[in-house]
Ligand binder design. Structure first.
Ligand code: TPP
Length: 331
């Protein structure tokens, strides 16, 4: 089992993500958000375990359910609030859909699409690092791309996995198999027994874990990251879980049958219970973590609300602006 400091770090990131997601969903319900809001309820353990095991110099391409991973990797609540509320002070300067945010300089790639588009950019960064002599053998910087079970069936994803395997890049594909591709059930999405079996076909290492068990996620993602860093090539991690919400706030997930719901617990509740039962945290410590998360998210929302939205007539609409280019030059 991971050490308790790491477990507490993961728990804090999960609480912060859940608090943030709930707050953004409420802002949407209050009509303060243009576009939809997507939440990662039920997927925080896997996502957070990935985010906290990356280090500066690594690359992370999160998807729409990865607030926990984003926070674990260093995204701030203020960047979230500014983007969701469309403020020009945000990382995408208020010009982009609220999940399409990132920071190239920090190795946090802005999402192009939820459907398989992010593996290739991560692999491209890793390959360029090798070709420009920036990798240290035996202690490689690694890249993680998140994907859902639906996205696993897109052409771009297969091409990216193939070249990652051929080049033996330090790439980890993190698959949240949440039983549904939007509302399509897994038996209508793929025919192999389990998605981890595809590792054999790609020629990469495969790992499987219970995505509702935070300790299992820490151990499994940790092993995959360590193997990639050591030069053992791409790693496929598939976690079994259920998203405990709709695809986005516009979807009530009424297509999820009760018997499926009863098979999967809430990773955050279960982790809290086991940390308390094992004496790692007590009820007062948990309450303090929750209060601190609420304080941080409220402060970010209040600050973002007071800031300006972009001015269509005067905004620089070019894809990259001077601020982005400064990051790239210094990378
Ligand atoms: C290129 C592209 N094709 C189709 C869509 C529409 N779409 C959005 S999410 C989704 C299914 C995603 O399934 P999965 O990866 O399992 O994620 P989940 O929402 O279930 O977590 C589809 C078909 C899209 N966003 N982009």
């Amino acid at each position: 089992m991971s050490d308790n400091a790491e477990r507490i770090r993961l728990f804090k990131v999960m609480v912060l993500a859940r608090t943030c997601d709930d707050r953004m969903a409420k802002l949407k319900a209050q009509n303060e958000v243009a576009g939809s809001v997507f939440v990662g309820r039920g997927q925080e353990a896997l996502s957070g375990a990935a985010g906290i095991q990356l280090r500066p110099g690594d690359v992370f391409a999160p998807l729409i359910r990865d607030q926990a991973g984003r926070f674990g990797y260093g995204e701030t609540p203020l960047d979230v609030a500014r983007t969701v509320l469309g403020r020009r002070t945000g990382p995408m300067r208020g010009r982009d859909g609220n999940v399409h945010r990132g920071d190239w300089g920090a190795g946090l790639l802005p999402m192009i699409s939820h459907l398989g588009a992010m593996a290739a950019p991560v692999i491209g960064v890793l390959l360029s690092r090798r070709l420009t002599g920036k990798q240290k053998p035996g202690d490689l910087s690694v890249g993680i791309a998140s994907i859902g079970d639906g996205g696993m069936n897109t052409g771009a994803l297969h091409e990216a996995m193939n070249i990652a395997a051929v080049e033996r890049l330090p790439f980890i594909l993190l698959v949240a198999d949440n039983q549904f591709a939007y509302s399509t059930t897994s038996d209508r999405t793929y025919a192999c027994k389990h998605l981890v079996d595809r590792a054999i076909g790609y020629g990469v290492a495969g790992h499987r874990c219970d995505g509702t068990d935070a300790d299992a996620c820490l151990a499994t993602v940790g092993a995959a990251v360590a193997a990639a860093r050591a030069g053992k090539g791409p790693q496929l991690v598939v976690a079994d879980l259920l998203r405990l919400a709709g695809h986005g706030t516009h979807d009530d997930a009424s297509y999820v049958p009760e018997d499926v719901k009863s098979r999967f617990g809430d990773c955050l509740q279960m982790f809290e219970r086991s940390l308390i039962q094992q004496g790692v945290l007590d009820a007062a410590a948990v309450a303090a973590i929750r209060d601190e998360a609420r304080r941080q998210i409220e402060a970010a929302v209040e600050q973002a609300r007071a800031e300006p939205q972009p001015e269509a007539a005067t905004e620089d609409w070019s894809a990259r602006c001077e601020r982005d280019l400064v990051h790239v030059r210094s990378a």
